[in-house]
Design a protein around this ligand. Sequence first.
Ligand SMILES: Cc1cc2nc3c(=O)[nH]c(=O)nc-3n(C[C@H](O)[C@H](O)[C@H](O)COP(=O)(O)OP(=O)(O)OC[C@H]3O[C@@H](n4cnc5c(N)ncnc54)[C@H](O)[C@@H]3O)c2cc1C
Length: 463
Amino acid sequence: MRADAGTIVEELSHLLDDADIETDPEKIGPRLKDNSWLSPVLAEHISSMVDSSGPSMNVIALITPTSVDQLSACVSILAAAETPMIMLGAGTTNFGQTVPLDGGVVISTHHLNEILSIDEGSITVQPGVTAGRIEKAARETGQALPVITTTHAVATAAGWICGGHVGLGSSTWGSIWDGNVLGAKVLTIGEEPEEIVLDQSTVELVLHAYGTTGALTEITMTLVPASDWVELVVTHPDFDAAAEFVTALSRQRSLRLRVAAAQDPPLTRAFTALSDIVSPTDALTLVIVEETQVDDVEAQVTATGGKMTPWRGLGAEGRPTLEFMVYGHRMLWVKKLFADSAFLHCYLDQTHPLAQTHALKEAWGDKVLVELKYMQSPYMADRFGSGIDEPLPAALVCIVDGALDLEAVMASCDSLGILYQNPHTFFLDQKGLFADPARLRAFKDHADPKGLLNPGKFSPATV
Ligand SMILES: Cc1cc2nc3c(=O)[nH]c(=O)nc-3n(C[C@H](O)[C@H](O)[C@H](O)COP(=O)(O)OP(=O)(O)OC[C@H]3O[C@@H](n4cnc5c(N)ncnc54)[C@H](O)[C@@H]3O)c2cc1C
């Protein structure tokens, strides 16, 4: 039986400083807003929750423990009271990962922010350390994170591995499942929480699991030798030429590519920061590559009839870095141009990727706008690929009138054999990212036997 809210808050307040326990719904509400507004389906659901239960969506407290011991003591109180718990990093995810579907208590990792050790090839941190701080500390040793979310300035280590999955660097190093996370420690959810140590062979039990399979207290990530990155703006007269360029570049395995993303021409206008150097009818490709390999990129630009303009990095001449125009950030630029749009993460046939984009465009014309990039990810290729040893073509499809056409475009993809990851559901096991969701579910049943961690994120079908 759940204890009443007053009793729970009183017990927690014996453990925590006043500043680390917030119970005012008006102050809790804004902290619960992630970026689900990008999905018309999730946005509507959340708005109806707020209408019926107020801004804090029945969350009775937001707490910020200052140590792992304190976190464990809070978990013990909440487990005894059978109260749902949602772990919170920076709250920047897009798929409703942190949305409290059954009220409870939100636990921020803000104070658990120590870098514990840096070795050659790895870094171990507490859950609340930002990706940006990890990158900075790693660079001081000549190393870097291979893959990093574009929200690295604020996104936390635990939020990244439990909520994110691909980002800057995925063209070369793949996803969180491709050896880029080496281990983690998780607390089980019960009256006597226990620590479980996951190594590289078991860490996938928490990866992209929306914090449903344990509360992470420590994370070890892979480091690679640091690169100096150069940003390039490339244009082609049409999308097919841009796609040919990106395909050739991505298949060149010796290249260290952070990203190469080709846009359908109607999307070019969305990138207003680039309007001085690109024509609105160009097919635009944003490239970030290792400094010593610019000549290789230029050779492919020339071979495909394109034009290349160097773009200065962060801060130079007040220009925003291209990092903030790709992956998740790209959606913000596109939304400014197409406010009602929705997105679908599609994966194309590895041998003939353009045949599928042509078929989609034939059916939908400019109501569907494509971005093409590639991922060097054995894990994702295993889920979405055609079984050949080439990088996986990933098309982030913008459905211009998402609220109207989303279901029909998904049906089109089904009939054309285009696989996709559905970002318009709260259920993590319905996104198509897991080979065996039941394995995650079984671990959850062990680590969280009462099902208190972030409830509502597994579909009832996964038993
Ligand atoms: C503009 C924009 C760009 C983005 N770009 C990318 C991108 O390039 N790649 C990408 O993958 N994502 C991207 N995202 C999504 C998101 O920013 C990242 O996934 C980010 O890493 C999430 O970190 P966070 O700290 O905000 O996590 P949160 O949103 O706070 O949490 C994410 C998940 O992790 C869980 N969690 C947090 N801490 C713990 C813990 N200690 N134990 C257990 N579970 C925990 C939460 O419960 C939640 O389910 C983007 C989002 C936006 C808005």
